[in-house]
Design a protein around this ligand. Structure first.
Ligand code: GTP
Ligand code: MN
Ligand code: MN
Length: 593
């Protein structure tokens, strides 16, 4: 399928090490994929679901010890430890290659190695990048076919230039032994090696491993950015669409916000939301000097539990055809799927995620989960009812605003705007999210998660902040404005103060009004706050929403956070950009006045 000598030489080397019985090139044709689906059903690797209710949908169950990303088994192997930075696991590349070669040797004996050429981003876009994943798992092939663009057309795009850039990805399922599980990035070698897992986040190497870890490193060297951000387009009643990127840590609502359905009052006025991406954004400076975003993915790898008609209608609709479900529960009555939060009625004749037949309501009432809490759907983006017409635009969409956010019970207000790009970078760098407190009133544990990239930055986090500052200098006055939101503020009884979900649209409108210079703000210790009357609350279900309370700053709580940030920054030593230390000092001084 290709005559590219670099590709072929690498393939020979990997074949000699893994020793598969066969090698199959994935050409991207529907016939080939359909044959693989049939084979996976035959061997029991997948179950074919009810084809009338869920056409083209399949079910897969992973090993019980293999259900999530494994941060403690994830490594960034740069030549020096300092380059990987204090918050990544590191091992010297030579040492890691030697260790893994032993594990890979003969690992595909009796198995087939699939060669999956894939593109992150629309094929042929100047901002897209190519990868080739070698894997011995049909599940990986079929998921990659949904999450990325695959096949012959990708190899054609790569061409025969021996120096053409592509990311070399190797995955062997091996014996799924958690003690020998490794998810390893070698940024200097454009290489990713994953072994002893068959779970999505660890084995779909185009996603977190390439599109975030390797890409963030490439971006630093090539002058662009790879970020853990959704991309949405907000259309106003005049039909103009403005684009917003938002970075929230995992499980903090990116997929929800990306597919937001506006409240009735705004819908009736003619406002709409269009989804460009729900998880990853690649940001480049366009010919006009503005920042443009593409979604490198072609599908959604979303958490199933909690997804319902009420919480995320558009995500649920996206899973109605050509979707792979992993570790959810089966409803045996009609061979469909179920998960906690889909509705209140667990199926009576159910198979829970580990594979035992159970009485759903009884099993559930005894406190068990039918679906694994991290069970997932892999759904094609084109299934989404609100997919943006710009989804395939090779130039990407111009970004008006960048929004950071996390779960903060007491600290961050509903929304505020940074003073400028440098301050905005500081706001992102000091992002944090709290684990939900079990006891009422107890303060959650703060986990700092800069730019929502803690598990995904492919080099030293402090150097990454430096890259953000560089990008700001290049963008100058064309830089997007940077904001911070908090949908999760709680009152003294521990209740969420803001209704969230569709009503978050009201906050997005303030953000866009600020970008357009249509509304003033109040300068505060931490940045610009909205005047309460500038957030349109018309038609809110709960008329008692305490908007003033949502916008107040508790200086004592903030000073405690400053102390936590000082400690956090200290681990980066003299790598910490001076600008970040200056911003921290300024914040402290403002709060101490
Ligand atoms: P990854 O895909 O893992 O990166 O995470 P994500 O950011 O896409 O998170 P996801 O959308 O899966 O997180 C959903 C969680 O956030 C669910 O528990 C939702 O109930 C909750 N959530 C989303 N939006 C809101 C909101 O506006 N308010 C509140 N209170 N909860 C929300
Ligand atoms: Mn998501
Ligand atoms: Mn994510």
């Amino acid at each position: 399928m290709t005559e590219n000598k670099t590709v072929l030489a690498w393939l020979e080397e990997m074949k000699a090490m893994c020793q598969p019985d066969n090698v199959v090139w994935i050409d991207g044709s529907e016939e080939q994929l359909e044959a693989l689906r049939a084979e996976a059903v035959e061997t029991g690797e997948m179950i074919k679901l009810n084809q009338e209710k869920l056409p083209g949908c399949y079910y897969h169950r992973t090993a019980e010890n293999d259900v999530a990303r494994v941060e403690d088994r994830t490594f960034i192997c740069t030549p020096t430890e300092e380059e990987a930075g204090p918050i990544n696991n590191w091992m010297a590349p030579d040492e890691m290659y030697a260790k893994l070669k032993k594990l890979y040797t003969g690992s595909m004996k009796g198995r087939t190695m699939y060669v999956i050429p894939y593109s992150m981003g629309p094929i042929g876009s100047p901002f897209s990048k190519i990868g080739i994943e070698l894997s011995d798992s049909i599940y990986v092939v079929l998921n990659m076919a949904i999450m990325t663009r695959i096949g012959q057309k990708v190899l054609d795009q790569l061409g025969n230039d021996e120096n053409a850039e592509f990311i070399k990805c190797l995955h062997a399922k091996k014996d799924v032994n958690p003690d020998d599980r490794y998810i390893v990035q070698f940024p200097q070698d454009n290489t990713i090696w994953s072994i002893n897992s068959a779970y999505g986040g660890n084995v779909l190497l185009g996603k977190k491993c390439f599109a975030l870890r390797i890409a963030s490193y490439l971006g630093k060297n090539q002058g662009w950015m790879a970020e853990h951000m959704l991309i949405l387009g907000l259309e106003n009643p005049q039909g103009e669409v403005k684009y917003i990127c938002a970075a929230f840590p995992s499980a903090c609502g990116k997929t929800n916000l990306a597919m937001l359905i506006p409240p009735e009052y705004l819908k009736n006025k003619g406002y709409k939301v269009w989804t460009v991406g729900d998880d990853i954004s690649w940001l480049n400076i366009g010919p006009d000097g503005r920042l443009y975003a593409i979604n490198p993915e072609a599908g959604f790898f979303g958490v199933a539990p909690g997804t319902s008609v009420k919480t995320n209608f558009n995500a649920l609709e996206s899973t109605k055809k050509n979707t792979i479900f992993t570790n959810v529960a089966l409803n045996n009555a009609d061979n469909t799927v179920w998960w906690e939060g889909l509705d209140k009625n667990p199926p009576v004749d159910a198979t829970e995620w580990k594979g035992s037949k159970v009485n759903g309501p009884e099993y559930s009432a005894a406190g068990n989960n039918l679906a694994h809490p991290n069970s997932r759907f892999t759904a094609p983006a084109i299934n989404c009812p609100c997919i943006s017409s710009e989804f395939e635009n090779p130039q990407g969409v111009p970004v008006e605003a960048i929004v950071f956010g996390g779960r903060r019970a007491k600290c961050a207000p509903l929304v505020y705007q940074s003073r400028d790009w440098q301050h905005g970078t500081f706001v992102g760098a000091t992002m944090a999210s709290e684990t939900t407190a079990a006891a009422a009133g107890a303060v959650g544990v703060v986990r700092r998660d800069p730019m929502a990239m803690k598990p995904f930055v492919g080099y030293n986090m402090a150097t990454y902040w430096g890259h953000w500052l560089e990008m700001g200098k290049k963008l100058g006055d064309k830089a997007p404005k940077i904001f911070h939101v908090n949908w999760f503020r709680k009152d003294d009884e521990g209740h969420f103060m803001w209704p969230g979900f569709g009503d978050n649209m009201r906050v997005l409108l303030w953000i866009l009004n600020r970008c357009a210079g249509k509304v003033d703000a109040v300068e505060s210790e931490i940045g610009y706050l909205p005047k309460p009357e500038d957030i349109d609350l018309t038609g809110l279900e709960d008329e008692n929403v305490d908007i003033k309370g949502l916008l107040t700053i508790d200086k004592q709580v903030w000073l405690e956070d400053v102390a936590n940030i000082e400690e956090y920054f200290a681990q980066f030593g003299d790598k910490l950009p001076k600008e970040m230390a200056d911003e921290l000092a300024k914040l402290k001084a403002n709060l101490s006045k």
